[in-house]
Each structure stands twice: as structure tokens, then as C-alpha cells.
Design a protein around this ligand. Structure first.
Ligand code: SF4
Length: 69
């Protein structure tokens, strides 16, 4: 347990463009870094959970290797 509950961010939780931003009250917000370069396409704080996103790219560490383990 890390004491910080993640929001059910949907796709963002496995996306390489997500940045988790903690606030002083112990909440963690899901920020989309694509919003910096394409603000007209991606909101900085997308409405969660994100279930479809044209900008989604899986994070390398979340890709499960077949046969591993
Ligand atoms: S690109 Fe889409 S899925 Fe990825 S963090 Fe941004 S809003 Fe979430």
C-alpha cells in the first residue's frame, strides 16, 4: 500500500503519455502529456475514465511478454 489511491483513469493508466500529479490532499491526478504538444486534440486533464483515445500508446513496462514467468 502506498497510501495514495489512483483514479480509475482507464486507458491513461497504461499509456506512456500519462503523468501522475499528486496534490497536497493526497489525491493523484492523471495528466496527459500529449496536451502540451497537441492541446487542441488532447485535454490536459481528460475526463476519467478514458475508454477510447486516439493518442494512446502502451507503456513499455506494462507490455506483458508472452512466456515470461
Ligand atoms: S494520450 Fe490518451 S490515453 Fe494517453 S494519457 Fe493522454 S488522454 Fe490518456
Amino acid at each position: 500500500m502506498d497510501g495514495v489511491s489512483r483514479q480509475p483513469a482507464g486507458l491513461c493508466n497504461t499509456c506512456c503519455h500519462q503523468q501522475l500529479v499528486p496534490n497536497t490532499r493526497g489525491s493523484v491526478f492523471s495528466l496527459c502529456r500529449r496536451a502540451r504538444v497537441e492541446p487542441e486534440r488532447f485535454p490536459r486533464y481528460p475526463r476519467l475514465p478514458v475508454t477510447r483515445c486516439a493518442g494512446y500508446e502502451a507503456r513499455a513496462e506494462d507490455v506483458t511478454e508472452p512466456g515470461a514467468g
